[in-house]
Design a protein around this ligand. Structure first.
Ligand SMILES: *Cc1c(COP(=O)(O)O)cnc(C)c1O
Length: 360
């Protein structure tokens, strides 16, 4: 008797363990572990979402035409080069599934977004993790890692989980030195949060190169993570390939009008960005005042290092969890915690709790 058998490389993968969202004995824990927005989505977007309730017997627009037009108009882009997806996760995943397979190499930073190594393993390709430099991508290290077998390079810019970013001139330098067969993926999930003036998400490079794609999301600063809407702007050849393999109805019926209104409501986005900047700076300063090493962040979270030894970060994580505050402990960075920006009250409480923990 033979039972069904998956590819060997699939059986080598560890199943995904999601971050916890419940704590025994605590009715509603404060979740600062997934970089969700506490500011909330545009009220106009939420109204548009509700208005779709009586349209759910219909399939959605398979080409997301109105959403692509709205994104193109706001960002000054060409709608034909935009593709929408069920979160940018779908598009990042499809990039790996279409361009890489057994024997191919996919490059990303050692500390970076989990989707890249997981999906690289899923297709049986070889993941090449390049150590970070100043917490962002090490451009020279990545260039040294490129081989004939390299199919894709992922730069999460700014980086998750570190919050650091690469300047636009560094990204341009990377692209200029790349062989043309390599697809450069600029994952700009946090682009809306960035204040740094020497940053750019990547659209101008997409305009003039055949091997670049920028991914964006409505999950972070637009506060629509539960809706699962993301998009990408890419060279026509790359967009064409993903369009061949994606599921036809990947963006749901409520997703279209809600995302359209969200992107049109730039005043709400700006207010949300201002809130995020204010509290990100505040949290960073407070953590540093506690003598903790907080990485300078351009995102909606802060990565903070704890003193070595005594499992300090993990002990602090347990201390916070027991009091109903969920932050993210990272297997790859055992001395660190990643803390998403919360409401004013949540930010103040998390700092008070960490202070209490350190005084113990
Ligand atoms: C959150 C995140 C994403 C995407 O999330 P979606 O909800 O799938 O759009 C992509 N890249 C990075 C680095 C992220 O942190």
């Amino acid at each position: 008797m033979t039972s069904p058998k998956a590819h060997d490389w699939i059986m080598e993968m560890a199943p995904y363990v999601p971050g916890r969202s419940t704590v025994e004995g605590i009715a509603e824990p404060v979740k600062l572990s997934s970089n969700e927005s506490v500011y909330g989505a545009s009220p106009i977007a939420l109204e548009a979402f509700r208005a779709t309730a009586d349209k759910l017997m219909r399939y959605p627009d398979a080409n997301s035409n109105d959403l692509r037009d709205a994104i193109a108009e706001i960002h000054g882009l060409e709608a034909e080069k935009i593709i929408c997806g069920a979160g940018s996760d779908e598009l990042l995943t499809l990039l790996i599934h279409t361009f890489a397979g057994p024997g191919d190499e996919v490059i990303y930073s050692q500390y970076g977004f989990m989707v890249y190594p997981v999906q690289t393993a899923a297709v049986g390709a070889i993941g090449v993790a390049v150590p970070n430099k100043n917490w962002a991508a090490d451009i020279d290290g990545i260039l040294e890692a490129v081989t004939e077998d390299t199919k894709l390079i992922f730069i999460d810019n700014p980086n998750n989980p570190t919050g650091a970013y690469n300047t636009w001139s560094e990204i341009e330098r990377l692209h200029a030195a790349l062989p043309e067969h390599v697809v450069l993926v600029l994952d700009a999930a946090y682009a809306e949060c960035v204040i740094a003036e020497d940053y750019s998400a990547g659209a101008s490079l997409v305009e003039r190169a055949d091997n670049v794609i920028m991914t964006r999301t409505f999950s972070k600063m637009y506060a629509l993570a539960g809706l699962r809407v993301g998009w990408a702007y890419g060279a026509p050849g790359i967009i064409d390939v993903i369009n061949r393999v994606r599921m036809p109805f990947n963006v749901c019926v409520p997703g279209h009008p809600a995302a359209i209104e969200a992107v049109k409501d730039q005043a709400h986005l700006q207010a949300s960005v201002d809130f995020n900047t204010k509290w990100r700076d505040w949290l960073t300063a407070k953590l540093r005042a506690l003598d903790l090493d907080a990485v300078e962040s351009q995102t909606n979270f802060v990565l903070v290092a704890f003193p070595e030894g005594n499992r300090c970060a993990l002990a602090c994580n347990d201390f916070l969890t027991a009091r109903g505050y969920l932050v993210r402990a990272l297997a790859s960075l055992p001395n660190h915690l990643r803390i998403s920006i919360g409401t004013e009250e949540q930010n103040r409480s998390v700092v008070a709790l960490i202070t209490e923990f350190l005084e113990k």
